[in-house]
Structure formats: C-alpha cells, structure tokens
Ligand binder design. Sequence first.
Ligand SMILES: Cc1cc2nc3c(=O)[nH]c(=O)nc-3n(C[C@H](O)[C@H](O)[C@H](O)COP(=O)(O)OP(=O)(O)OC[C@H]3O[C@@H](n4cnc5c(N)ncnc54)[C@H](O)[C@@H]3O)c2cc1C
Length: 238
Amino acid sequence: MRVLGFGTNLLVSDEGVRGAVIKLQEQDFGKSRFNDDYLTVGAGAGLNKVVLDCVRKGLSGLEALTGIPGSVGGAIRMNAGGNFGDIGTSVHSVTLMDADGKIFEKSKPELVFDYRWTNITAKFVLDAKITLAESDKEQMLRTLKEVWIYKKNSQPLNIRSAGCVFKNPRGLSAGALIDRAGLKGLQIGAAQVSEKHANFIIAHKGCKSGDVQRLIEAVRERVKDKFSVELELELDIW
Ligand SMILES: Cc1cc2nc3c(=O)[nH]c(=O)nc-3n(C[C@H](O)[C@H](O)[C@H](O)COP(=O)(O)OP(=O)(O)OC[C@H]3O[C@@H](n4cnc5c(N)ncnc54)[C@H](O)[C@@H]3O)c2cc1C
C-alpha cells in the first residue's frame, strides 16, 4: 500500500507498481480551518494554495514554501523546503493513521523534522496544525515575490521534472558536485540533467522512467569516481 500526494517528488517504474495506491483527494482531505492559534489543514490540500490563503489573511509562517509544488501531506512527509526555510518549522502537530486504520496525533517535541526528513513512520498523514503569526501583508507579499523570483531563476520550473533528485550531502551541494563533474546537459534516452540546475533531471517528450533511472545511476557513478561522495536520493522511486 502506497500513499500518493500530487506525485511531484516521485518516479514511478514504467511497469507501474504492485499493490494499492491511495490518494487523499483534495475535496475530502483538503479542507482548511483557521482559528486564533493555528491553521488546521488537510493533507490533500495543495501547498501553494495554502501558502497564498495564509498570506491573504495576513498570517505568516509558510511564505518560505512559495513555489514548491505538491500537497500538504507530501510536504510534511518530505519536510519540503529550501534556502528560506522548511515546513517542519511551522508544524505544531499532525494527525496520522497507520496501515491498520488507527488514528492518532503526534506533536512537537515528539515530532521531529530535519533536512528532507521527519520521524513520522505512520503510513498516512491526514492533517496538520500549522503555527502562524499575524504579520504585515505587504511585507509578506514582498517575501513571496522574492522567494518566487529566486526559485524561477534557479530551477527549471516550466519543464517536467520531479524536483531535486539527490539530497545535499552534509555541507555540500549535490547540484554543484554534478555540475563540477561536467554532467550538466548529459542525456540518456529522453532524460537530461538540467542545464539550469544540475540536481534536476528533466523529462523530454517520450521520456521513460527507465531513462531517468539510468541517468541517475550514471550521475551517481561519475560523482563517486570524481569526488568519492555517494549521492543519496531525495526522489522517491516506486
Ligand atoms: C519543479 C519542482 C520544484 C520543486 N522544488 C522543491 C523545493 O524547492 N523544495 C522541496 O523540498 N521539494 C521540492 N520539490 C519536490 C516536491 O515538490 C516536494 O517534495 C513535495 O512536498 C512533494 O509533495 P507531493 O504531494 O507531490 O508528494 P508525492 O510526490 O506524491 O509523494 C512524496 C512522498 O510523500 C509521501 N506522501 C505523500 N502524501 C502523503 C500523505 N498524505 N501521507 C503520508 N505520506 C505521503 C509519498 O508516499 C512519497 O513517499 C519540487 C518538485 C518539482 C517538480
């Protein structure tokens, strides 16, 4: 049994997967409720819409996540974020469900987030309580714009990809290592290392999952040969 968010950080095998794939539909699992202290939001909600809703209400806490595609559930599972911050910083608690259907809550400090990692092991994230603070709307809109421009200038957002392929090794940048190994633009089948950001693999028309997987292995090998660094996947491969 697998849980699907919006699929923005997934590479699914050309053969598909054996078993059930469960998606928390936005219409049932995407509701938001604001109260004085928190936003309670369903895991199926689109992250970008939630960020915008908060800013429009003058509530600060999620602006750093501007432009990150995907669902709230996926963002929590991956602790999505970037140079400006991550979602874990603002999460107060989550409602989880295990594979047997048992529903329970987990709050900080029991709930831990780290770089693209969380200690959530339950199968489903159902919803989250996010801590927000009242703030100046104009200032927040400026931050939103700044984050968006940074993202647009540094990542290939208009071409199909699954986001960053590898985690940054401690103290290093995976993209910079791939770039320094001379791999920008390397293509296998219809999969290509992005010229704009070397940690993105872009999928040209007709691209197969197998093309991406072979390119991932080629990049890994070359980076290991050149820098003795083992790149670890950020992307989830099914
Ligand atoms: C153009 C582009 C730019 C991106 N930029 C960034 C970035 O700046 N920073 C960043 O961190 N990521 C980035 N990503 C990666 C991706 O957007 C994030 O990881 C996102 O949070 C994944 O959300 P999703 O709903 O698409 O999850 P999916 O890709 O569907 O799933 C990802 C993982 O989360 C699990 N999952 C999903 N929903 C749930 C749930 N409700 N309960 C339990 N598990 C669940 C899945 O089983 C899977 O293991 C980018 C991707 C793209 C395509």
